[in-house]
Design a protein around this ligand. Structure first.
Ligand SMILES: Cc1cc2nc3c(=O)[nH]c(=O)nc-3n(C[C@H](O)[C@H](O)[C@H](O)COP(=O)(O)OP(=O)(O)OC[C@H]3O[C@@H](n4cnc5c(N)ncnc54)[C@H](O)[C@@H]3O)c2cc1C
Length: 409
């Protein structure tokens, strides 16, 4: 692969910067975070992007996307994070969207894609269940086919868990078991359901960062029209494998890694007590240099995996797993370095600006320092990144994939 900078990308970067400067409203600018922005912000920003022809930056032109190259996508994401643009609905852009483009009927596309492009429908993912995470194919949520005067539909019963943003989503894509007698992968079906359907109950789970992103989703006699089934009955596992491959690649989150690095530089250059900057301390300067080199290496890795995927290489899957492990472990180490750099202030969970405008209780007991402004959200981000080696497939499971596919173990 040729990793030299592409001068042709500079013009594109300028175009994206200009667009963000002109079109990103001041009241939509946020401190960048891993998490999807609030629904209103996502909807407004999605509408603005769509009006500019950039409503699906990750999709091919054949599917109404921009048709950008991987390098262009990385530039767009990086500049969007740097400008503080709202975090879009990744569930649709990166997971469900490619599935609909590949497997949905024209009627299903007509029912869902215009609402997506216009920012009028946000999605959540209903795959994991208590007891079925890594071993997803063991899922037990049942769907029974019924025919009556109101048409053909499934009656769905079961429970999903860890439903990110379930409480602020309009629709859910679900895996259900339609045949309990078949081999476990063969009896799974992929459904789409309106979150307002009677029988769907969402209960919050507060995570270690003290925020509400996650939920339990209960399904009690939920009626889902057969027209909302993507693919054939029993084809859900094949669709899921297609979707999960995309999920592994997106969890690298290179733009946020670059953002974390910028934040660490800022912290290292801010004088702390005694007027000394952390940058002047050799052990911290070495840590910073190592993290910077690793972010650069992950950037090259992202391009390498993208090239393998485009070439439909069998190496794409194990290398994607390697990227997931490398990038998510780096997300954890770099956010730990933030908290370490904050010293005493690292022990205070200053609320993320997206969660609250006020300071944490007790923060007044710390000496106010220039660091305090920089500290906002850093502990939350560090805490939440504990989960990045779990979601999208745990590191242990990724390592098993690497061992099996690369080394034949
Ligand atoms: C923040 C967050 C957001 C999430 N969002 C969603 C969402 O929106 N929708 C959704 O459907 N799911 C979501 N998930 C669920 C996520 O996909 C699962 O947590 C993940 O697949 C792991 O499953 P589990 O939690 O059941 O753990 P388990 O599979 O029970 O694993 C427990 C431990 O055992 C290890 N282990 C399991 N199997 C093996 C094996 N074969 N070899 C070696 N070690 C193994 C794991 O690595 C882990 O350490 C989210 C999870 C988190 C943490």
């Amino acid at each position: 692969m040729d990793f030299r900078p592409d001068p042709g990308l500079d013009a594109f970067r300028q175009e994206v910067r200009h667009f963000l400067k002109e079109r990103l409203p001041a009241d939509l600018r946020v401190t960048p975070t891993f998490s999807r922005s609030k629904p209103q912000a996502v909807s407004r920003w999605q509408k603005i992007l769509h009006a500019h022809g950039w409503g699906a930056p990750y999709w091919s032109q054949a599917h109404g996307g921009t048709g950008w190259t991987m390098q262009q996508i990385l530039v767009f994401d990086e500049e969007s994070v740097a400008a503080g643009a709202p975090t879009l609905d990744g569930m649709m852009h990166k997971l469900l969207g490619p599935v609909l483009n590949a497997f949905a009927t024209p009627e299903q596309k007509a029912a869902h894609l215009p609402a997506f492009f216009n920012g009028e429908r946000l999605w959540c993912q209903g795959f994991s269940e208590p007891g079925s995470g890594s071993d997803l194919a063991s899922l037990r949520t049942r769907a029974e086919l019924k025919h009556d005067e109101q048409g053909d539909h499934y009656i769905v019963n079961g429970q999903k868990i860890w439903t990110s943003h379930g409480h602020e989503s309009d629709w859910i894509f679900l895996l259900v078991r339609t045949d309990a007698s078949a081999r476990k992968q063969a009896g799974i079906t992929f459904l789409l359901a309106d979150m307002k359907t009677p029988g769907i109950t969402v209960r919050p789970i507060r995570s270690i960062d003290d925020a509400h992103h996650l939920n339990e989703t209960f399904l009690d006699n939920v009626r889902v029209p057969v027209a909302n089934r993507v693919g054939e009955e029993g084809q859900g596992w094949a669709i899921t494998k297609f979707l999960l491959n995309n999920e592994h690649a997106t969890t690298a989150d290179l733009p946020m890694l670059k953002h974390y690095l910028r934040q660490l530089h800022e912290l290292a250059e801010t004088p702390c007590m005694g007027g000394v900057c952390l940058r002047e301390r050799p052990e911290f300067a070495l840590k910073l240099a190592r993290l910077e080199a690793e972010v650069t290496a992950v950037g090259m890795f992202v391009q390498r995996v993208a090239a393998l995927e485009m070439a439909h290489s069998p190496l794409a899957h194990p290398m994607g797993s390697m990227l997931k492990v490398r990038a998510t472990e780096l997300q954890q180490r770099i956010t730990e370095a933030h908290v370490e750099a904050l010293g005493d202030h690292g022990a205070v969970a200053y609320p993320h600006p997206a969660e609250s405008a006020g300071d944490a209780p007790g923060s007044a007991t710390c000496e106010p320092l220039p660091l305090q402004g920089l500290a906002r959200g850093l502990a939350n981000e560090m805490f939440f990144r504990r989960a990045s080696t779990i979601y999208g497939g745990t590191s242990e499971v990724q390592r098993s994939i690497i061992a099996k596919l690369l080394f034949g173990l």
